[in-house]
Write a protein that binds this ligand. Structure first.
Ligand code: NAP
Length: 259
């Protein structure tokens, strides 16, 4: 199926690895141009080397918690690509911890990376998205925003706010032709999980840790792969999803005990 992404210009925050990298790679494979950012220049450069085999890529070091860096990155990316139709707010991190262990500062930092990054990237991209004939924002969130998990307490609280942000953005931006959807991740195998593995059970092999984590939690019985998220994001980015906005879609192998 042609997703109609040929010629579209896409920004993916946090595109150097994991889910963001897979999204950028899929967008390029579908004929779009892509711009990615992350904080570490070496990893960004390695990602660009791999992605440029697929198509036109722009990259810039940018920390999405820094408003000036966000504005600079989006301005430079739009200039390089000649416009913007799609923003994927993907940059983020896992932040395990319970209510008892997390400080106020932990909550503030996590809100900054998750909620405020989506707010400030959307704000910087919006004039360009409004100027496009058809545009989309895809916010990468977590099912913990819908199904609280006290062992990821900050994620639980902050992703709930992100889901509200997505829905309200869809309502406010709809009249301008900018669709906004949320893609909620369950367990997807990325470098983020290497950290959680080391934090929680360094004595287990990675595959054993992932298998035990998925068992009993994920109806499909396994972790997802980044490409399994990227397919949905590419679909939501293009004209095949032209009547889908304000949606909150889980990519979680059936996780999520709610209807
Ligand atoms: N994997 C999962 O199971 C899972 C579950 C729920 C939600 N998610 C969400 O999905 C998104 C992608 O996660 P992932 O698993 O692919 O993580 P990952 O493998 O750790 O990749 C995260 C990407 O974001 C970048 N990043 C992190 N903080 C940043 C910052 N402040 N400014 C700019 N870039 C930043 C990272 O590069 P640098 O570190 O170099 O900046 C990297 O490119 C995140 O928002 C995450 O919270 C993932």
């Amino acid at each position: 199926m042609d997703l109609g992404l040929g010629g579209r210009r896409v920004i993916v925050t946090g595109g150097s690895k994991g889910i963001g990298f897979a999204i950028a790679e899929t967008m390029l494979a579908e004929g779009a141009a892509a711009a990615i950012c992350s904080r570490h220049a070496d990893e960004l450069e390695q990602a660009v080397q791999r992605l440029s085999q697929r198509g036109k890529v722009f990259s810039q070091v940018c920390d999405v918690t820094q408003p000036d860096q966000v504005q600079d990155f989006i301005t430079a990316a739009v200039e390089f690509m000649g416009g913007l139709e799609v923003l994927v707010n993907n940059a983020g991190r896992a932040h395990p911890g319970t209510f008892a262990t997390l400080t106020d500062q932990d909550f503030r930092d996590d809100l900054d990376v998750k909620l405020f990054s989506q707010i400030r990237c959307s704000r910087a991209a919006l004039p360009h998205l409004r100027a496009a004939s058809e545009a989309a924002i895809i916010n990468i969130n977590a099912i913990y925003g819908r199904q609280p998990d006290p062992s990821f307490f900050a994620t639980t609280v902050d992703r709930a706010a992100c889901l509200a942000l997505s829905k309200a953005q869809a309502m406010e931006f709809g009249p301008d032709g900018v669709r906004v959807n949320s893609v909620n991740i369950g367990f997807v195998r990325t470098p983020q999980w290497e950290n959680i593995h080391q934090h929680r059970a360094p004595e287990l092999s990675e595959s054993e840790f992932l298998a035990r984590t998925a068992a009993g939690e994920v109806p499909l019985g396994r972790f997802g792969e980044p490409e399994e998220v990227a397919g949905l994001v590419a679909f939501l980015a293009g004209p095949r999803a032209s009547y889908i906005t304000g949606a909150s879609i889980d990519v979680a192998g059936g996780m999520g005990r709610y209807v």
